[in-house]
Design a protein around this ligand. Sequence first.
Ligand code: NAD
Length: 729
Amino acid sequence: MTDFTCTTDAQGVATITWDVPGKSMNVMSLAGFAELDALIDACLADTAVKGIVITSGKPDFAGGMDLNVIARMKAEAGDDPARGLFDGVMAMHAVLRKIERAGMDPKTLKGGKPIAAALPGTALGIGYELPLACHRIFAAPNPKAKIGLPEIMVGIFPGAGGTTRLVRKLGAMMAAPFLLEGKLNDPATAQAMGLIDELAEDPVAAARAWVLAAKDADLVKPWDQKSYKMPGGAPYHPAGFMTFTGANAMVTGKTMGVYPAAKALLAAVYEGALVPFDTALKIEARWFTHVLMTPSSGAMIRSLFINKEALEKGANRPAVADQKVRKLGILGAGMMGAGIAYVSANAGIEVVLIDAAQDAADRGKAHAEALLDKGVQRGKVTAAKKAEVLARITATTDYVALAGCDLLVEAVFEDPKVKAEVTARAEAVLPDTAIFATNTSTLPISSLAKASKRPAQFIGIHFFSPVDKMMLVEIIKGRDTGPEAVAKALDFVRQIRKTPIVVNDARFFYANRCIIPYINEGIRMVAEGVAPALVENAAKLVGMPLGPLQLVDETSIDLGVKIAKATRAAMGAAYPDGAVDDVLFWMADQGRLGKKADAGFYTYAGGKRQGLWQGLAARFPLAEAQPDLTQVQHRLLMAQVLEAVRALEDGVLTDIREGDVGAILGWGFAPWSGGPFSWLDIISATQAVDICDRLAASHGARFAAPALLRDMADKDQTFYTRFAPAKAA
Ligand code: NAD
């Protein structure tokens, strides 16, 4: 198996082609890197070779480093994993630096062989770091291609010279969005921003022509020239000083200091800017190793890359025939139904969108049109594409149009009677083999299935709002749901390119089951007199995207009241949240219904959130003694995490990977941690039980350690050793 091959033409241009066998996208493995190294050596040594073009045999250049390799490299680095990692990274630097120097005399900077990169399409991560080491980058003007360094998104940073080279190429300020936010660009934007050099319909031909014409001076990178000054100024330059002070504050403000990769990246950039290029690479390698050694990066890579992808590829799909959706029916063209219609039509599925009145159905379709218009304005969607997508949506009140649908998603009002009625009406028209899915957020699937003639073909497909933005879809099996229905739901989610988790039926399923206690714990603290600012900041400082009070403002306080009333009715005397309701119901009585009312736990001006509402203290005064930050954080995290553990104990969750991925994508659970189970593994079951014991003693039985966690503490186990290996293998 060879990932790289090389041919040399009559004029002495060697073309190195990257084409990993059996994969649709090139990814870099350690073996691949060794092959590339050997080919570069051979080309540099071969006097018949005048210059080199590096390209791809696939429509795209490369998707990046195989992150499985990074995970393995770390696991296999022996007794001194940091040393092993550092040496491995430095070896990569050596190859890329060899390409950059291309055999030139280090003193005169003459005599090197020109090396150009020709990118037919997407080039990400190492797929852009390798071109960055070449002397010139050509890319096809393919608007669908993406170029950039997304590493920060999975808890690491560009560690194969991308950080050091991009900062020296663009300056720290201009490079910041690409490094710190992982911003990706189409080739035209990438060229305008200085990430690549030239656009060419035939990038290989253009690169070849350039290689044949290149002079010695064309091969010398700015940072290898004596006169080099960093664009925008190095840290000791007055302008550079401003950049770095500002960047530091910005990064800390955005990440709240919980992402080790962002801090390490900034340190690598700052320290690297003070020293010569080769020393900067070494500094980058040290910080990169440091990041790979933190539990956060490993957990983020595992959840956000490896396991997310495994779930998307159907890790928990029953082995039945392909269930791809061809024609989708949607009942209810409200907020959710309209969103589902848009994402489905966008994915090429024919959609029948039904509502009780024609104007409601039309409004649903208009939602898709509005989203497409936004895309057109941003240049992401063509007029033709917009027309094509809209033509796939039939908005109607006529159930007969559902004939031939192989999947139906019901998103009418959250009322069992209404749902039962539309289920019967739809099933009268649908083919016998069609799968019926409900998007309910609170009603048990098994009880809604009673309205169906075919309970084995009845399932929950729970989307999150807004549908076009939220990547998680929760698939819920009812008591009688059969394997075809599960496969259908999974194949549908794959078609619309979202991430599925499959859970069993129980109150609030998985995501809402965990997020509600988080909100409630925040509100409960307000009732106790804990400063709302302490609650909100504690949440953010532990990596939650929104504090619990802001979250309930966003989802609306009347929805909270509605859920509280329904839960109390269902639970009777066992209902534990009276203290929460005191605050929630009082807020509702004051008309402070949250963001939509421009008044909630926060104040708003024209829909824009201002500060926390000071009037709250009149009814819920601050206690004299305030808890310390860690205690507030433990309460907020444990409220969610223990619910996740209970969901596993109860069999609602059957795979901890789904628990972790679902938590991050579904409600933004502290992504740095890799998810609730990863977080528990990071702190250890023993420490978790210890925290539970203390919280239960001071705050009540809701914090009692679940039996599973106690057992794991006794046995010194982690979730990923106890539950994952068989499945991950
Ligand atoms: P919505 O009120 O915006 O939309 C409901 C739509 O159903 C309305 O357009 C209404 O006219 C239509 N409808 C009502 N009865 C009908 C009938 N008999 N026949 C045809 N159409 C009918 O509500 P929504 O927020 O879109 O929620 C819909 C479902 O999705 C609910 O079950 C809700 O629990 C669930 N859900 C909502 C969210 C959310 O954040 N809003 C998230 C996940 C799931």
